[in-house]
Design a protein around this ligand. Sequence first.
Ligand SMILES: *[C@@H]1O[C@H](CO)[C@@H](O)[C@H](O)[C@H]1NC(C)=O
Length: 287
Amino acid sequence: MFLLTALVLPVLCGAGLASDGHFYRRTDPVTGQQLLCDRCPPGTRMRAHCTSSRQTECVACGAGLFTEFWNYIPYCLRCEACSDHQQVVRPCNGTVNTVCECEAGFFWDQHFCRTHSECKPGHGVQAPGTPHRDTVCEPCAEGHYANIMQTHATCVTHSACKADEQLVLPGSRWHDNVCATCDHLTQKDWVDLFKSVLSGLHVQYGTSTERLQKLVNRRLRKKRFGKHAALHPTQQLQHWSKETSQEEPLNLPSILEESHLNLLADRIARKIRRSQQHCSKTPPQAL
Ligand SMILES: *[C@@H]1O[C@H](CO)[C@@H](O)[C@H](O)[C@H]1NC(C)=O
């Protein structure tokens, strides 16, 4: 196949350049006479060279074969099959080869269809990928974030807290502002508030969300805080962030996961403390 292609291509290319594009020169092997033979039209190939007494004989290419140019090749070319993650844009029809294109979610990179890149945390999609180009990402500007739970998110503005809400955790480039009402802070399961942040940690550090949730719940609720169980969750959180420094031996992944959580827990604890001070100044809510 390679050999055939190598032999055939110069002939095909020559066809376009020659001034006598529909003819070729040949010495008759019997008479030694110089002949000007007809080339075969696209969609056909040569079966027999011309002689001094008859024209070139051409035959149509069979199914799955093609010739694109006026030629005198003995075999038609094989239609290309689309490769992995490609789809047929135009089928082979005897005169044109198959035209393939990467399917949705892929782009052509040298010799393969590669998956469109996802933007790194803190980066949003500036231009979505096409079959011919990878995704173009941009770092989110100040006050904007790209939701890293969504693989092809653009940078959007941090949402503003509502009038009755406090900013508990300011947004970063990879998560939105976390806002809560005083009710929310004193009554509801606050882990719920940070769900998107925890999920973000999952994407960013490859820790499973369920594991993070379990870790937080376990640390805060049962194991370590048995004696503090009566405390408010935010106080539990403060205890937790103080006590996690003196840990039992842990394996590396959980050390990592905890250090990220601890940083976050400290921030959250500080914010919640501040918010609670603010809440305590407002009329008490029914518990
Ligand atoms: C094959 O397709 C091309 C482009 O669509 C067209 O120009 C040509 O006439 C077709 N050839 C045959 C044999 O149908």
